[in-house]
Every structure is written in structure tokens, then in C-alpha cells.
Design a protein around this ligand. Sequence first.
Ligand SMILES: Cc1ncc(COP(=O)(O)O)c(C=O)c1O
Length: 390
Amino acid sequence: MEEKIVYDFDTAISRSGTNAEKYEARQRFFGKADVEPFWVADMDLPSPEFLVDALHARIVHPMFGYTEQYADVFESIQWWMQHEHQAAVEFKQLSLSPSVVTSISMAIQAFSEPGDTVALLSPVYGPFYSCTKLNHRKVADCPLRVEQGKFEIDFLTLEQQLARPEVKLLLFCNPQNPGGRAWSFQCLELVVEMCAKHGVILFSDEIHCDIVFPPHRHHSVLNIPAADDMAVVAHSIGKTFNTSGLQSSFTIIKNAELRSRFRTAQERSHAGDINLLGKVALEHALSPKGAEYKKQLVAYIHENTRQVCERLQQIDGLLVMPPEATFLVWSDFRAFGDWQTVFRKLIQEANVALSGGTFFGPAGEGWFRINCAHPRALLLPAVERIAASF
Ligand SMILES: Cc1ncc(COP(=O)(O)O)c(C=O)c1O
């Protein structure tokens, strides 16, 4: 029997010399090159060794030319979706994509026209807005409500927005970034029902779906039969395996006509393929070894988020949203002044760089997001400094 690997997430590994955006862009975004970075949503935790070995094995060969979309990649995706998310997918339903954001843009182009409107539930990951606007579509915002410290969908507003004839697409974040909500099956069913009723295509961004903390679980739109004819589901190994720089993502579209429209948009932008190391990474990450890594990673991150929330909740006036999923903790600092004042204090006094809430739309103003996918020995002192500053 193979020996079980115990992954080490505690040892800090320097990213110096790797041009990591989280580090290199600190001067540009925070005006301080040595502020400790807990912003960009990638992990300061290592990819598993078996995956690094697979990439090594490939780069030994000195030719990096055009590479087929070979069957092992699709088999791995199919295995992962079935094993980890109980979703049966067929090869023909899969399209590779360099990134989830690329897929968002392709979906906007495939399922709406310039001047149409795209709905979203804010606050939400910034490119939901920017892709919509850059594609000359309007945004129909359905702000989430904070109830008992959690985001809830305002279904009345959502239905009003979806009922507008110019709304063609709903960009849905499942699990939710920045709030870490793992939407319930009933909630998803309602979203699907409303989209179907009003002829709106549902784009479910499920990039964070592997990192969900028990007793919560991820419910994929793929498991709602009523969504089969109106949904695009996007996933990636970027978050789970810390491979965002390899750009390896995919979509699952069950309906043949929607798939064809999506692929036409991809072809128009020559965006229907991924680089060869991305293929190698997909093939090897989405495997039984990857599932074991993921299990240990989720346990580590869960404990990180638990300890971070416990400490932040002791700060008077701070509202903290304990996540059910994702490695992100979203907190409301509005009691401490305008967001610029808080931003400066976080950098200058606490020496931490967090993601500012306005990146997630107007509803995020005054909130900040802390990335907890860091070795605990670096993360917890940073949280102590935040507590000391507020
Ligand atoms: C909800 C969500 N979607 C997409 C992305 C980016 O994914 P990609 O790098 O595959 O475009 C992120 C990254 O933080 C995210 O949080």
C-alpha cells in the first residue's frame, strides 16, 4: 500500500524571485513594497509535490509546441466532477478555457448583444462587473442582503431584474466570493427556476467549489436537472492547487446549442485552448492524489479561517463573515471610518495589505477581504496586528 502523504502547509516558502503579483504589485497598489500581502486570491501554500513532479517530467522534453487536447485531460476532469461533486459530465460537454474570467467574457459575448444587460449579485468578484462593462453591456445589480452575518439572496429584487427583457445573462458566484457562502440546494433551485422562467442564461462560476468546510457542501448547478438547458458551469484548478499562473480552466455546458454558441465566441477570440503545462496540470491534479491533497488543504484552511474569525470577532464594531467556503474572510470595517482611512491604517499600522471592498462593487465599500491561505505562523500575527490597530 502506498504511504499516505501528510502535506506541510505550515512551512513558509518565499515567493521572492517568482514575480508573484501579490508581492510585486504591493508598491503600486498599497504604496509600500514590504507590506504583508493577504490580498490577491492565490495561496501562499505549495502545490502538491506529485503535481510539481508531473510538470517537471514534461519540461524535460525540449519541445513545447502546439499540443492536442488529449483524452487524459478530459478523463481527469470527468473523474473529479463525479468523485468530488457527484456530477456526471460527458466529454462533449467540456470546453477548455485559459481562465474562468475568459469564460465569463465568452459567455457575455455568446449570450447577449452590446447594449443588453447582465445581472449579478453584489458584492462580487470584480471582473463580473468589468467584463460586462468592457463588453459594452449594462449591469443589473441585485445586492445581497446581510442576515445574521451571512449573505442571502434578495429573491424579490432578483426576479424583478431577471424579468426585464434586456437581461440576458446572470453571472452567479457559487460558492460566493467575497462572502464565502456555499449556497444551499434549495437556493440554487430557486435561482435556476427564476432564470428559466425569464429566459435568462445562468453562468455559474464554481471556481471556489473545492474549498468548502463541513458541514457545508458545494451544490453544483450541474446537479439541478432544470438547469441542463440554460446553464454554463465554469471551474478551474487555479484556486484548489495554486496553479492560477498556469491558466487551466474549463466549462461544462450540457445543452448543445448553448455550447455551440459559447464555442463560436471562443473561436472568434481564439480562446478555446490552454497552454500545454495547464493541460498537464489538469490531467494530474484532478486525480485521487489530488483529492487527498484537497482534503488536507481544506482542513488546514478551515482551521485558519476559524481562528482568524474568532480573533477578528473580538474587535468591537467589526462585523466578520465566517466563510462556509473559500479561503477568504470578508469583514465590515465601516465602524472605523471611511474606507480610505481604514485602508491606510491597515497598511501603515497593521502592515497588512487586504483586498478593498470596492473591487467587489459599490456594495463592498468599507469592507475588506483577508486571504487565509497562508501558513498559520504568518497569518495569525497579521490578524493580531489588525486587532491591535482597531
Ligand atoms: C469567483 C472568481 N472567479 C474567477 C476568478 C479568477 O479565475 P481565473 O484566474 O481562472 O480567471 C477568481 C479569482 O479570485 C474568483 O474569485
